[in-house]
Design a protein around this ligand. Structure first.
Ligand code: HEC
Length: 299
């Protein structure tokens, strides 16, 4: 009898195990769609809940500071929508108090909770910087990252990004803000950074060149642009100081992948073949006896 019971209990279990193994490939597909906390989730909370006098680090209404993973997790239970107080409030439109989140963003938060509410970053080698446009590339980013504060009747700094003309008017200052440049306020605020990939997209849209995805330094001295298929890296050095300059493309772990020399001082534009390098982030280094410029770019 005992044995029979065991068989009755175990056989279905074994089958379940077997079929879950058989479906292993499907699991990897699900993984590919996994949301990344830093790119997909944090900006929603930062933009819609962490404005001054709400859940920023200074005010933290009801004890919630929604500008970091640990702060957000105080109201989230991984895997459970019903036990995630923060999600329930958002889903019932109790929060944000003045305007409900769009359904697409609610859905994104629920998917992330169901995927285990991970504190994860997206891989940088998954960045498509081809065909960047205001409508298809930049506005969706602004919707998640900026609209919560820069919309409505009383937008932050008086700048309303619901209006395309305002976005266009502020093109260069937006690029400066997301790159944390010297001449503007860093945006989004609260130490929430755009991913390198999204910064690259903002730069391409605003300035036509990628330049550095990391910082605004050298933005005028050295501009870089990728050819449409990302086979060539076009470089423009705006000064003529670069005689006898060594040019290197280096991987993030320090391997020199391409190297060339610019001889004439007037040689201010050149291209480097980067066909065959896998997608991802690279360093471009220009150096001569008096100067070194280093920028990062995304292929
Ligand atoms: C949490 C609210 C919040 C979010 C999110 C936010 N901003 Fe702002 N933004 C502000 C505030 C507040 C100011 C005024 C800053 C000041 O004067 O200190 C401002 C100012 C600005 C300015 C003017 C900067 C300057 O130097 O004058 C720009 C441009 C801007 N934001 C762009 C953006 C962009 C682009 C995003 C999204 C990537 C964004 N903001 C996200 C609150 C926000």
């Amino acid at each position: 009898m005992k044995r029979l019971l065991l068989a009755v209990v175990c056989l279905p279990l074994l089958f379940a195990l077997k079929s879950s193994l058989a479906y292993a490939p499907e699991q990897t597909e699900v993984m590919a769609d996994t949301l990344c906390f830093s790119r997909d989730i944090l900006p929603i909370f930062n933009s819609n809940c962490a404005m001054a006098k709400c859940h920023d680090a200074i005010t933290h209404e009801e004890g919630f500071t929604l500008t970091s993973y640990s702060g957000i997790m105080k109201g989230i239970k991984a895997g459970s929508l019903s036990q995630s107080k923060l999600y329930r409030e958002i889903n019932e439109n109790a929060m944000p108090p003045d305007k409900a989140l769009p359904d697409s963003l609610k859905k994104r938060i629920s998917t992330w909770i169901q995927q285990g509410a991970l504190n994860n970053d997206c891989p940088t080698n998954d960045c498509d910087t081809n065909n960047v446009t205001l409508q298809k590339t930049i506005k969706p980013l602004i919707a998640v990252q900026c609209l919560g504060c820069h919309s409505g009747n009383n937008p932050s700094a008086g700048i309303n990004f619901e209006n395309d003309t305002q976005i266009e008017d502020f093109r260069e200052i937006i690029a400066c803000a997301v790159m944390h440049g010297q001449d503007c306020k860093a945006m989004p605020p609260n130490n929430v950074n755009l991913t390198d990939c999204d910064k690259a997209k903002f730069r391409i849209w605003a300035l036509g060149t990628q330049s550095s995805v990391e910082e605004a330094d050298y933005a005028d001295e050295l501009r870089i642009m990728l050819s449409p298929n990302h086979e060539e890296l076009y470089c423009f050095v705006s000064t003529e100081m670069f005689g006898n300059t060594k040019v290197e493309v280096i991987s993030l772990n320090g391997t020199i992948l391409r190297t060339t020399t610019l001889s004439a001082k007037t040689n201010t534009s050149f291209s480097i073949n980067i066909d065959g390098l896998p997608k991802g982030m690279y360093i471009l280094k220009l150096s001569n006896s008096s100067n070194t410029f280093i920028v990062k770019f995304i292929k």
